[in-house]
Design a binder for this molecule. Sequence first.
Ligand code: ZN
Length: 301
Amino acid sequence: MLTRRVLIAAALVAIASAAQAQDKMPVVATFSILGDIASNVGGDRVAVRNLVGPNSDAHVYSPSPADAKTLSDAKVIVTNGLGFEGWLARLIKSSNTRATTIVASKGIKPRKLAGAHSHDHGHGQSDGDPHAWQSVANVKTYVANIRDGLIAADPAGKATFEANAAAYFEKLDALDRDVKETISRIPPERRKIITTHDAFGYFRDAYGVEFIAPQGVSTDSEASARDVARIITQIRKQKIPAVFLENISDARLLSRIADETGAKVGGTLYSDALTDEKGPAPTYIDLIRHNIRTLSAALQS
Ligand code: ZN
């Protein structure tokens, strides 16, 4: 008897949560970092799905037919913009989705690409550096754009979205203070590192750590032998203390550079993708905290 009652109760719970899931507004984010930010703003009123998941590279993504279906079911699409998702426009078109699009980076002044690191990503547009989320202040702009876009799509959720965004702003402000404080404890002459691809320009501008990368701002082209040779010379000349791996890039190139120069491998930095739940960067805030901990551990001594 009891078992039966438990089963009925469990069935009712399942039906209720299925109904609840259906009530949630379907939101699609183009990649994992943006998905986490959108979830923080949307809270219980949205069901967020990512096109490019954790530990995956959005620069070179090839959408699947399932992605077109995901988009056609969406009410809102959240994109980074700044030329990051070169594959998205065609996917939106082929999906016939009626979803509205929120460009999270709207209003952010893009970093211009200059000198040897300047690469047109191969999709015919040069929008500057797309990795604006590497400055926490920029992510506050992302949050405001997502909040306003969600309110436009779901006006009944206005109070919720505003409260969620306000709570998240506070966390981001605390994060920004922690980044600045952590970097301020690293001796200025040691604030120089090497990463695989040039994803940390906004971090450099906001927090004053010099990043040098053999690959350009996209991962779609290999570093040339000349780029690598130039970086090896630079590491030796400027006594750059450490090189860092990324979860979305091939580790071999940097390991080779470390071997040749004697720079130490300082660990993994997360640039363009979160980790899964078991990794050290399952949320945007975790990602930034992991990166500054890793940087300061490698650069302190
Ligand atoms: Zn990137």
